[in-house]
Write a protein that binds this ligand. Sequence first.
Ligand code: NAP
Length: 507
Amino acid sequence: MAMRRVAFHGRHLLSSPHLFRRHMSTEPMAALDRIRNSGLLKTQGLVGGKWIDSYDGKKIEVQNPATGDVIASVPCMGTKETTDAISSAYSTYSSWSKLTAAERSKALRNWYDLIIKHKDELALLITLEQGKPIKEALGEVSYGASFIEFFSEEAKRIYGDIIPAPLSDRRLLVLKQPVGVVGAITPWNFPLAMITRKVGPALACGCTVVVKPSEYTPLTALAAADLALQAGIPPGALNIVMGNAPEIGDALLKSTQVRKITFTGSTAVGKKLMEGSASTVKKVSLELGGNAPCIVFDDADIDVAVKGSLAAKFRNSGQTCVCANRILVQEGIYEEFAKAFVKAVQGMQVGNGLVEGTSQGPLINEAAVQKVEKFVNDATSKGANVILGGRRHSLGKTFYEPTVVSNVNRDMLLFKDEVFGPVAPLVPFKTEEDAISMANDTNAGLAAYVFTKSIPRSWCVSEALEYGLVGVNEGIISTEVAPFGGVKQSGLGREGSKYGMDEYLRG
Ligand code: NAP
């Protein structure tokens, strides 16, 4: 965890010369003003409905990865603030869980309406603190809001069961009840959607929540929480703490009042949280890292395959858990695909996400760029060829050139691990069996993609892939109506859809 605890000076932001470049209306300063004017620039934690600072006054700076400028500073919280947030969630649980489903549904629906009403400000905030292009940020707001809308409806459909009793004078009922207080820990790559995908079903079921957003992207979480309060979600039902991640995590894990941990993030941290949940036997959901194969067969429609694999690889500059991490291409189509794919990648515009036309923003931090460099160097040292990009972008900061690497094989880091950056490794294969064997040769199992015109092959390969989600001739596969989640070490439990409710219920 990289702490940035320097105090924020407004002058720093005002004096940055590059804020006055062209496209002034879409540049950071104007964007920040617009967010501030809407009242959604919240820079304190939320505990029991009150906006608070950290008890020792420490702060973390939130930076714009596209410019390096400080956007705001937020409290660096730890054990004490988290303990108070848990207490507040615990005391609110008794009233929130007793509301009727219709009452909870209405509050959630109001929240959804407010998120949509403020979609532009929320999208600007996402682009400012996370870096993704504004078009993608708007897409995230719609996607994030869709979970609140969907679960506002599901709140009314929590059915139990009646089981025929073995004795004639008995009746057996299964009653579904909320699990209790939930601790939700979320990553930076989807600052809104990874929160609403958890908080939506939790609140719908009658749980109350303590959310810890990433230190890199707390502002979107705080703005969304403010809208939740405005929507009538009672103080204490949704609390936000941020700062010292291990301290906050430990406080959530150790508390006997927290009955569920839901986490999206790296596999390493997920394993720690799973282990830490054992001492108080909490219910656990984990959405962890992926290593998605994208398999392009000889019989694929090449335009569909290029468009789909481009979308699957380069969304959020390669920083999503479902990003195509290995593009496996059958020998008969390899050269043709590589040529068309490189041409498409060349057409992508790298830059500040607020500037119109940008399709590739910066990476989240310097460590992310160094990881990408390490993976590319490892591949070239073992015989792969960089056929496009392969360097830091001339824009500097954490921009990296959209990159295509050919002739990647099983021995390379690009094959074995999640690169989490804008690097597309092309891996040639001969037969369907080879492709399945390579695709499954990993401990991850989140998303996979298959491009083929053969219907029998699409079924056969999809079923042989050890993955939670498989897209066929499609590169964008997430939706609130379908269950999302991994197998093997990509996680436990499902988010979204009617199955997402089960994670917050007992009975
Ligand atoms: P990360 O380092 O695991 O961080 C995720 C969250 O955990 C952040 O809020 C982080 O806080 C917090 N954290 C870190 N150490 C902790 C600890 N010891 N105790 C408690 N919390 C702790 O992951 P990331 O780099 O933000 O996200 C990228 C990873 O998430 C990738 O592997 C990606 O595949 C995965 N991901 C998975 C899904 C999915 O649905 N399966 C979706 C999105 C992302 P700080 O940031 O404040 O340090």
